[in-house]
Design a protein around this ligand. Structure first.
Ligand SMILES: Cc1cc2nc3c(=O)[nH]c(=O)nc-3n(C[C@H](O)[C@H](O)[C@H](O)COP(=O)(O)OP(=O)(O)OC[C@H]3O[C@@H](n4cnc5c(N)ncnc54)[C@H](O)[C@@H]3O)c2cc1C
Length: 394
């Protein structure tokens, strides 16, 4: 029986408990759709993702990634709902969680900073699953180091002209629009960046490469060659793009942690059932004390991660303007510990644990990227330390 005691923690309200129960029922009724067959190659993966976005939209779950339809009355997005949704979807299907998350991350800058016109143009289609969103920040020479970003946007009359390359972009080739960060040059480093909403069919925007990674995930490289974007598609003021990116990540980093928690819980539940059934030396594997030590470590890591995830989400929903420190702690701990939990699970499954198609083998591949994207673990440590120093200096 999966642990649901955390739903009674004071970070969560009745509406969250009801949301979780409703989503679990929906996942059970839609289990086949949540794990679509993926045909080989990028087009097979794209088709699977499209069907998942449609399914999630029809189920009404994508309403939660946009403010008008699913938000909390005092805040644009209810981060606790997003976390519960990601945790639960990740438990059932890594790809479904990915599709849900990207609708939020890709449209998050519009939800948080977009003009009413941009919100009206893009968000309803994101919420219904009719449009797919993407977030294009990283470049070959600018992953962790956003200040090295080289894609340029130059103002020409009522347009900005974008030139450059973005890589490691989730949903590249599949998205209907991209939130793109480019240098407008108001100041050096991160102070000279701006954020734009770029429709995928814009002239001068192309997908030059698709990137294959260890778990199914549509990823690719975008080229901008004299790509004209209307001035009205600029989010907030020129030079405030870094603020747009960081405020968006403040919300979505906590949800990455929630997804890691969902993967860890899935591995843990599978492990409990395995060690109770598997007989070794005349008794269940569960009775060996070293197994009990592993189970205790897994249970502890999961609860500690859940506390950090829902603390961060609750802090944001309670009106804290920025939760950079809390989100960094949640992401760092939950992703690193999920990797540990899943590794222990693989070990306890023995040969089965590394057999293709086994659930813990899949989770072992799926968890890995979460320690790298939206700020690698080392970056989260730097963020936490800087916040500690700031507090001490006050
Ligand atoms: C599956 C996947 C999906 C992604 N999706 C997107 C997307 O949708 N949009 C987007 O814009 N980007 C996306 N990315 C890119 C991702 O954000 C970057 O990969 C990440 O920021 C790391 O940048 P990098 O790969 O250039 O690694 P680098 O910046 O070269 O860093 C390499 C390693 O150096 C270490 N490191 C970094 N900083 C420090 C430090 N300060 N101190 C000590 N060590 C450090 C870390 O271990 C890090 O992993 C995705 C990446 C992956 C793997």
């Amino acid at each position: 029986m999966p642990d649901s005691s955390y739903l009674d923690w004071p970070f969560l309200q009745l509406c969250h408990r009801e949301l979780k129960a409703e989503l679990e029922q929906w996942c059970a009724a839609n289990s086949a759709g949540l794990e679509p067959d993926i045909e080989a190659g990028p087009s097979g993966l794209d088709a699977a993702c499209r069907s998942l976005v449609t399914l999630l939209g029809a189920g009404g779950w994508l309403r939660y990634v946009v403010p008008e339809l699913g938000g909390h009355e005092r805040h644009p997005l209810d981060v606790r709902s997003l976390c519960l949704l990601r945790e639960t979807l990740a438990h059932h299907s890594g790809l479904a969680d990915f599709c849900f998350a990207m609708q939020g991350l890709g449209s998050g800058p519009i939800s948080l900073f977009g003009s009413p016109e941009l919100q009206a143009e893009f968000l309803p289609a994101v919420a219904s699953g009719k449009a797919i969103a993407a977030f294009a920040l990283s470049e070959q020479q600018a992953g962790s180091d956003v200040s090295a970003l080289a894609t340029r946007a130059e103002r020409k009359g009522e347009h900005y002209i974008l030139n450059g390359e973005k890589t490691w972009i989730s949903n590249a080739g599949l998205a209907d629009f991209y939130t793109v960060f480019a240098r407008t040059g108001e100041a050096p480093g991160v102070k000279g960046l701006s954020a734009f909403v770029v429709p995928a069919d814009s002239l001068g925007l192309s997908v030059s490469e698709r990137i294959d990674i260890i778990a199914p995930h549509p990823l690719g490289t975008l080229q901008f060659e004299n790509c004209a974007v209307p001035r009205s598609h600029l989010l907030v003021m020129p030079g405030q793009g870094f603020e747009v990116a960081m405020a968006t990540l403040d919300v979505f980093r906590t949800t990455v942690a929630a997804a890691a928690l969902g993967f860890a819980r899935r591995a843990y539940d599978a492990t409990l059932s395995h060690v109770l059934q598997r007989k070794l030396f005349g008794a269940p594997l569960a009775e060996l004390q070293m197994t009990q030590a592993s189970i205790a470590d897994m249970a502890l890591d999961i609860d500690a991660s859940a506390l950090l995830v829902y603390r961060s989400a609750w802090a944001k929903d309670s009106g804290q303007a920025r939760v950079t420190r809390e989100a960094a702690m949640a992401k760092l701990h939950a992703t690193e510990q999920a990797q540990q939990v899943i590794d222990r699970a693989v070990q306890l499954f023995g040969g089965l644990g590394v057999t293709s198609g086994e659930v813990v083998e899949r989770l072992y591949r799926e968890i890995r990227s979460l320690r790298i994207y939206e700020g690698a673990s080392e970056v989260q440590k730097v963020i936490i330390a800087r916040n500690e120093y700031k507090r001490f200096k006050k």
